[in-house]
Structures are given as structure tokens and as C-alpha cells.
Design a protein around this ligand. Structure first.
Ligand code: FRU
Length: 485
């Protein structure tokens, strides 16, 4: 693995030409995605600024241009009309001010009064590498690029640690007030959320207080990327707790969870109605962000990073890694979220291919089951050996995903075997396979499992037992690997 110096990781990109050759090389990788947003070069991590504005979806991702390493972060901009086909738009926000001298970190967007606003963390570090996180704003200008406000909206509070970041703006029509949720850490290193409020998006922000979440006062050491959304009359708090291990998640210390309950904006109390639940059960899923301006009281639209903060992936030697999940629709059913792939994804079905044991290079597989024990093994070799195994145990009503059979092993510490408890018997799997990722939607969205996967040339078959029906489609590509910076 390449050892990066601080200087290399935090090098400023002055001219797109500096990374053109890098892109040319990366483009040739057999793992470049065909229907998932991925970094133009280098590393992509959190989704940022996800919003619907004037007929178009805008999405940004945290981006380090130089290679598969976390360093100086930019917001790279992509747009879509349908959440299926994506166009590269180039850099959205770059670290070019005092306040963000060491990175434009995560944040969100909101469309209001025909204008598009962005809120992000300016990651400032001084010469002794001491960090000061600023909450900053920008507005979409006529040239289609975010224009930064010269001064931050507010700085960090000194009664919390330096971990205060990832502003998510939420509008509450009941009192015509905007709220900013900030992922934070208390001085005794507990994860929490700080809440600010204002009647105006670009001024007047005051600290409202720390969010109370009864029962979650000591749940992880930092809550990254918090988000609260109302779906069908209930509030859902989604966040990424860090620095803790959680049951069923091997020794990973980075998670993405949700709570369903009631948010009282007057007392700043989120009262959960049930235990926390995993947003996704896979090996690689983090920093999920809901889109703003969806305008449907019964659903939210969410996208996430396929990756985890401390992980390393086999494309690192190729100097790129990371990608976004497919956008997913969230609905509520009792006390759980139902997650389905974005409506319209099936328009990519180019042709149905015969279910004869070979996987498409990228596409979709849909299988229905009888509810008995089942084995579906993806990416086996032609003789049926190895692969990425999905086993359903009907006694335990549990799905177990085991990737120990794959040729390429990585991040063994986050587990190579993970299980998904199901509320009901296994009836259906809908699986999206791209060139380096797999997303499994179980029983029409009762649970999901997202993972990176790097099959070798010999690993392109599958085996399946005890199923009712099986359909496989080759997809059309919906992302272009174009060099726009
Ligand atoms: C989450 C995160 C955020 C931060 C960003 C920096 O993965 O650590 O909290 O803003 O990434 O890239």
C-alpha cells in the first residue's frame, strides 16, 4: 500500500490537467462502475448537498482528487433528471478560503424561494494542525456553481470537542424555521447532535441546544452526518455513530443506524419508539444523506457512501476507490423503514439473459423463494466453487452473507461474514450488481445489504438452490466516465 505524506494528501488541485492522465489510467480499470456514481479520480466518500431543485437532482460527493486516500476534500458535483442517469459537472466547492483551508467537509443543500443553498463544514487547521470546524454556506450562482459566503455562519462551540461538523438543514413549516443539525462529540467523548435555528437561511443562526435522545446518551463517540426526516407522520433520526462496536457488526467501529420516534423541536428531544436499527446490514455503507425538497410526506430519498471511513479497498493501487449507493426510497411500515431502489432503475434493464449460471457484467437479479433454506452464491468460478454466499436459514429466519470464498479479501476486520435477521420468511431478493458493488434488497425492502466486491476474471458465475423464480437482466450504463473537473 502506498504511504502518503501529509503534503501529498493535502495538495491543492490547481489545474484539472494535473489529474487528466490519472483519469485516463483509472478509466481502464475493470472495476469502474456502470450505474453507480463514482469518483472521477481518487477517493469519493460521503454524499453531500443532495437536493431536488428546478427539475434536477443535485448530488455532491466528498472527493480527494489525488488517489485512494482521505486528504484535502472537495465537493464534486453530479446531476440527474431521474436519479438513474448521472452527469459529471466538475468541482462544486473547493477548499480555497481560510475557513476551509484543509477541506470542504460534509454538508447538505436546500432549495427555497427558487434559490439553492448549501451548508458545509469548513475544515480549518492551523500550523500546529489544530482543527477548527466552521459551519459555512454557499448559494448557487447563475453559472451553476455554488458561490461561497465570505464568512462562516458560525464557528464551533468550545463546550464540545473539535468534532462538530456535517450541517444538515431541515425546514419546519409549522413555525417557519430552519434548523441545522450538527454531528458532534461532547467533551467526555460521547456522540451527539447540536441544533441551531434561524428564520433565514443565510443569517441569524443561534444555538438552540444539544439534542436529547433518551437512552442514547452514551452510544458511540461521535455521531457523523445526522439527519431527521418526517415520514408518514413519524420522525426518523438517521446518523453514523463511530468509535464503538455494535452487536452483529463484527469489529467495525463505524455504523449507520436509525431511530423511529417523535422529534419535539421546542424541547429538542427525540423520543425513540423502539430500539435503534441498522440502516443497512452490509460490509460497506456509511454517511447516508436524505435528499432535500422531495415533497412527499410518505417517503424520503436517501443515498449513501459504499465504503467505511477506515477501510481499504483493492482498487487502491489503481488510485481510486468508493462509490455511491443507488438512491433508495424510504417508507415507513410499523416501526421499521422499508427501503426500495429508486423508482425507474428498472429502465436500465437492457435485456433479460437466460438464467443459466452466468452473471451479467452489471445488472440485476430478481429471485423469489419458497421460505425454505436457500443458498444463492454469486461470483462463483465456473465449477461452482468459491463466491459470495447468501444463505437463508429458515429456522432462524436469518440471511447470512459470507465473502470468505472470494479470491480478493479486504477489510477482514469489519467481518467477512455478517447476518441479517428478517422479520418474515425469505420471499424475495432483488440484487444489483455493478462492477465493484453489490446491493441486496430483501423482501421488497424489509432489509438491505450493501457491499463492495471485486470479482476476478474467473469469478462470474452463480449457483442457486430452492427458489421459485429467477430473472436476470444485463443493464445499460447510466454513468459516464467522463473527465469533467
Ligand atoms: C464522514 C466524515 C464527515 C466529514 C467528512 C470528511 O465520513 O468523516 O464527518 O465531514 O467525512 O470527509
Amino acid at each position: 500500500m502506498k504511504e502518503w505524506t501529509l503534503e501529498e494528501r493535502y495538495r491543492v488541485l490547481n489545474d484539472a490537467e494535473e489529474i487528466r492522465d490519472l483519469h485516463e489510467r483509472i478509466k481502464k480499470s475493470v472495476y469502474r462502475q456502470k450505474f453507480h456514481v463514482q469518483p472521477v479520480t481518487g477517493l469519493s466518500s460521503d454524499p453531500n448537498g443532495f437536493v431536488f431543485h428546478e427539475g434536477k437532482w443535485h448530488l455532491f460527493y466528498q472527493w480527494t482528487p489525488w488517489g485512494a486516500v482521505h486528504g484535502l476534500k472537495y465537493w464534486y458535483h453530479v446531476t440527474s433528471k431521474d436519479l438513474v442517469h448521472w452527469t459529471n459537472e466538475g468541482i462544486g466547492l473547493k477548499p480555497d478560503s481560510f475557513y476551509d483551508n484543509k477541506g470542504v467537509h460534509s454538508g447538505s443543500a436546500i432549495s427555497a424561494d427558487g434559490q439553492l443553498y448549501f451548508f458545509y463544514t469548513g475544515n480549518h487547521r492551523d500550523e500546529n494542525w489544530v482543527r477548527t470546524p466552521y459551519t459555512c454556506a454557499a448559494k448557487l450562482s447563475a453559472d451553476g456553481k455554488p458561490q461561497k459566503l465570505p464568512e462562516p455562519l458560525f464557528g464551533p462551540r468550545d463546550d464540545y470537542s473539535e468534532h462538530q461538523r456535517d450541517p444538515k438543514v431541515v425546514y419546519r413549516p409549522e413555525n417557519n424555521t430552519y434548523y441545522i443539525l450538527i454531528g458532534a462529540q461532547t467533551l467526555d467523548e460521547k456522540g451527539t447532535v447540536l441544533v441551531y435555528r434561524s428564520q433565514n437561511l443565510l443569517e441569524g443562526w443561534v444555538f438552540a441546544g444539544q439534542l436529547n435522545v433518551p437512552g442514547y446518551e452514551a452510544f458511540g463517540g461521535m455521531w457523523e452526518c445526522p439527519y431527521i426526516v418526517n415520514i408518514s407522520g413519524k420522525d426518523v433520526l438517521i446518523f453514523s455513530p463511530q468509535y464503538t462496536t455494535l452487536p452483529g457488526r463484527a469489529s467495525s467501529t463505524n455504523h449507520n443506524v436509525y431511530l423511529i420516534g417523535h422529534m419535539d423541536y421546542d424541547t429538542l428531544t427525540f423520543t425513540p419508539e423502539s430500539d435503534y436499527q441498522y440502516l443497512d446490514f452490509g460490509f460497506d455503507f456509511y454517511a447516508a444523506q436524505g435528499a432535500a425538497n422531495v415533497n412527499d410526506p410518505d417517503k424520503a430519498i436517501l443515498i449513501s457512501w459504499i465504503g467505511l471511513p477506515d477501510n481499504h479497498y483493492p482498487t487502491e493501487p489503481e488510485e481510486w476507490e468508493g462509490s455511491m449507493t443507488l438512491p433508495r426510497e424510504l417508507r415507513l411500515s410499523g416501526n421499521r423503514l422499508i427501503q426500495t431502489p429508486v423508482e425507474g432503475i428498472s429502465t436500465l434493464r437492457k435485456n433479460e439473459i437466460p438464467a443459466e449460471g452466468k452473471l451479467p457484467e452489471y445488472g440485476e437479479m430478481e429471485a423469489t423463494f419458497t421460505g425454505t433454506d436457500t443458498d444463492l452464491v454469486l461470483y462463483t468460478k465456473a465449477d461452482g466453487s468459491g463466491g459470495f454466499s447468501i444463505h437463508y436459514d429458515s429456522d432462524k429466519k436469518e440471511l447470512t452473507v459470507d465473502r470468505t470464498g472470494m479470491d480478493k479479501h479486504f477489510n477482514e476486520n469489519v467481518g467477512e461474514v455478517l447476518s441479517v435477521p428478517l422479520p418474515d420468511v425469505l420471499k424475495k431478493l432483488q440484487i444489483f450488481i455493478d462492477r465493484c458493488s453489490v446491493e441486496i434488497f430483501i423482501n421488497d425492502g424489509e432489509a438491505t445489504f450493501t457491499s463492495h466486491i471485486y470479482p476476478t476474471e474467473a469469478e462470474h458465475n452463480y449457483t442457486i438452490t430452492n427458489y421459485n423464480s429467477l430473472k436476470i437482466w444485463q443493464y445499460e450504463a447510466s454513468v459516464e466516465d467522463s473527465f469533467v473537473v
